[in-house]
Design a protein around this ligand. Structure first.
Ligand SMILES: *Cc1c(COP(=O)(O)O)cnc(C)c1O
Length: 463
């Protein structure tokens, strides 16, 4: 007789641990001291003071033994490194774009694409903004216009593709400003600022049609495209039996070109990509890269970095790899839900976004609920997360008042292949324990405010 009936069959991470990086443990008392010293800003903690680091999934991934072995094959020739050609081959093979320029990271690619395509006074519609993307579009003289579906702005709407573009909003903008004023439409997938939400294949095909009708280019922020392909396989009719690699390539085929921060999907610590079908854009980017990054066959990277990227592309498209990546994030969300902890739905591809307004309803928004919650979680267990609320939103340029965003979120972002399910359990139990004692939590007061991107360096005091 079984003592306990089997009610589930678990999946596990599809890798085992060969090298370990010891973590420093600390006591609550020590963390109270560290938090105070860091002005209750998780960006100002030393990584040594952190136990489980969920600040970001950018460049924080674990490389495989195959990638590390590839690093030893780095060809550090100034020109024409063989690692560059291997990476280029994989970009053609898996993304399907014939032309490629390497960059040192994603924002360098965004900088060049914005400079090449945008004229002052242009409009650039996209499915919600991303900080660096928008900044480069604006610095090139363009104006970003959000044309994402309304559901994306509602944290509890369970739409399966909250990253979709609202076709009517896009058509309306084209009608209003004219196609000549729109150099390109861009889509990111999944959309970070909406909570890691994907777009559907049906939606990108429809956007492509509209762009073709008006002679507008369509560009892809393919930084987390593997996650988007996984959601399409899981949620969209007609894709269940297709491989991730096939869906991925079909998705990319709708675009004129893409930029990528390799620090995410490709499971490396540094790197970026511009790739396109457009020969003119390619030639300009290939010329511009020598000004800002380095020769067009290394673009600010070492040969060994390009080798790790090329191998990362092969690994990221394995079904088991992406399933476990999204599975870890989902596991965290499902466990949090059992305690009734409020977070953005559906659970995203790379992160769980806690709803700090609901978590700490007794705090006013100018007592910084998300900043407070991130600090409290850190003090409780050494888990580091990130504020996405009023501090990140900055001040209104004209009035000097705080911008009051609708959402106060705390982002728990999972690096790929770094933590185990036990780390997630520790994280969930810590947040649940903070939740249980939430009524006693007091807000913060800002004591130092830098002029630009204040969330990185602002300091606070407990009220
Ligand atoms: C990280 C990121 C970028 C910027 O890339 P960096 O490598 O950090 O410069 C651009 N777009 C998206 C969607 C990102 O997540």
């Amino acid at each position: 007789m079984l003592k306990k009936k089997i009610t589930r069959r678990s999946w596990a991470e599809p890798y085992k641990i060969k090298v370990v990086e010891p973590l420093k443990m600390s006591t609550r008392k020590e963390r109270e001291k560290y938090a105070k010293k860091a002005g209750y800003n998780t960006f100002l903690l030393k990584s040594d003071e952190v136990y489980i680091d969920l600040l970001t999934d950018s460049g924080t991934n674990a490389m495989s033994d195959r990638q590390w072995a590839g690093m030893m094959l780095g060809d550090e020739a100034y020109a024409g490194s063989k690692n560059f050609y291997y990476l280029w081959d994989n970009i053609k093979k898996y993304y399907g774009f014939p032309y490629f320029v390497p960059t040192h990271q994603g924002r360098a690619a965004e900088h060049m694409i914005s400079k090449i395509l945008i004229k002052p006074g242009d409009y650039i519609p996209g499915n919600m903004y991303f900080t660096t993307t928008k900044l480069h579009q604006e610095m090139a003289g363009g104006k970003f216009v959000d044309v994402i579906i309304d559901e994306a702005h509602d944290p509890y709407n369970e739409h399966p593709f909250k990253g979709n573009i609202d076709l009517q909003k896009l058509e309306d903008l084209i009608k209003k400003v004219g196609a000549k004023k729109i150099p390109y439409v861009f889509m990111a997938g999944p959309v970070n600022m909406a909570g890691g939400q994907p777009f559907s294949m049906k939606n990108v095909r429809a956007v492509r049609k509209i762009c073709d009708k008006h002679g507008i280019q369509l560009w892809f922020d393919a930084t987390r495209a593997t996650e988007n392909a996984y959601f399409i396989k899981e949620r969209e009719k007609g894709f269940k039996s297709k491989t991730i690699a096939a869906i991925f390539k079909e998705m990319c085929s709708n675009f004129d070109g893409m930029w990528v921060s390799a620090k995410k999907d490709l499971m490396v610590n540094i790197g970026g990509i511009i790739a396109t079908k457009n020969k003119r854009v390619y030639n300009e980017a290939r010329n511009m890269v020598v000004v800002y990054e380095g020769l067009h066959t290394y673009g600010g990277l070492a040969g060994r970095d390009m080798e790790a990227m090329a191998r990362g592309i092969e690994e990221m498209l394995h079904y088991d790899s992406i399933k476990a990546r999204i599975g870890q994030v989902r596991y965290c969300g499902e466990e949090l839900a059992k305690y009734g902890i409020p977070f953005v739905k559906p659970i995203g591809g790379h992160a769980v976004f806690l709803d700090a307004k609901k978590f700490l309803p007794h705090l006013k928004q100018d007592e910084f609920p998300a900043q407070t919650l991130a600090a409290e979680i850190y003090i409780d267990s050494g888990v580091r997360s990130m504020e996405r609320g009023i501090v990140s939103a900055g001040r209104n340029k004209e009035t000097g008042e705080h911008n009051y965003p609708k959402l106060e979120l705390v982002r728990l972002t999972f690096p790929r292949r770094v933590y185990t399910q036990a780390h997630i359990d520790v994280t969930v139990e810590s947040i649940a324990s903070v939740y249980q004692n939430r009524k006693k939590i007091k807000g913060l007061k800002m004591t130092y405010e830098p002029k630009y991107l204040r969330f990185f360096q602002a300091r606070f005091k407990k009220l």
